[in-house]
Write a protein that binds this ligand. Structure first.
Ligand SMILES: C[S@@+](CC[C@H](N)C(=O)[O-])C[C@H]1O[C@@H](n2cnc3c(N)ncnc32)[C@H](O)[C@@H]1O
Length: 191
């Protein structure tokens, strides 16, 4: 109950002016060191099928797509505001699909993706819904696929690494690598 009381719901359909401005600035500076270093560290051959879960304005997606010229990127983003930005920024690529919905409402076939990226999304999902989301993501991941997750660990708006690990344990996923940065970021790789 304590965790639920602490959960801060954000209306991503109506992001604040400052949120949109910071998204635009990060995009202008090509990831501003925050996105590019992390996304470029993901090992890829260039032909993967990738799901960017909760793409937002596409700051991660824009870097990802340049790394998979022979692959395919699916951007799932429930907010109509952010999907507009995503389409504007990535719409010229042929190997991208946009889904403006929640994963539970989609008909993505099982075993579709080699890689699923969850970049600063899980902490924004209500705690009651997180396991359900991971169950749905597990279904669309190929048996030898990997989930890359990066989440803030701020007390005011984030998750502890114990919570993240427990959620993946609950859906029978194994942590292969992880890192906890001094700037309070957790990143992990699960299969
Ligand atoms: C902090 S933003 C991160 C966006 C992007 N991944 C990035 O790192 O720039 C969180 C995103 O998660 C999306 N989101 C929230 N709940 C979601 C859900 N249940 N399923 C998928 N995406 C969700 C929001 O609409 C928002 O775009």
């Amino acid at each position: 109950m304590k965790d639920l009381e602490k959960f801060k719901e954000i209306d991503f359909n109506k992001p604040s002016f400052l949120f949109k401005l910071s998204d635009s600035l990060v995009y202008l500076f090509g990831g501003a060191g925050f996105y590019n270093k992390y996304i470029e560290s993901i090992p890829l051959t260039g032909s993967e099928s990738i799901l960017d879960f909760g793409s937002g304005g596409g700051n991660a997606a824009k870097i990802l797509i340049t790394r998979i010229p022979d692959g395919h990127l699916t951007c799932l983003e429930p907010s109509t505001c952010w999907i507009k930005r995503l389409k504007k920024r990535l719409g010229t690529f042929e190997n991208v699909t946009f889904i403006n919905d929640y994963i539970e409402n989609t008909d993505i076939p099982d075993n579709s993706f080699d890689v699923i990226l969850i970049h600063h999304v899980l902490h924004d999902i209500h705690p009651d819904n997180r396991v359900g989301v991971l169950i749905n993501l597990s279904k669309v991941l190929k048996p030898d696929g990997r989930i890359y997750i990066r989440e803030p660990m701020k007390k005011s708006h984030g998750m502890t690494y114990e919570e993240i690990r427990q959620l993946f344990k609950d859906v029978d996923r194994n942590e292969h690598e992880f890192s906890i940065k001094t700037n309070k970021e957790y990143s992990g790789i699960y299969s």
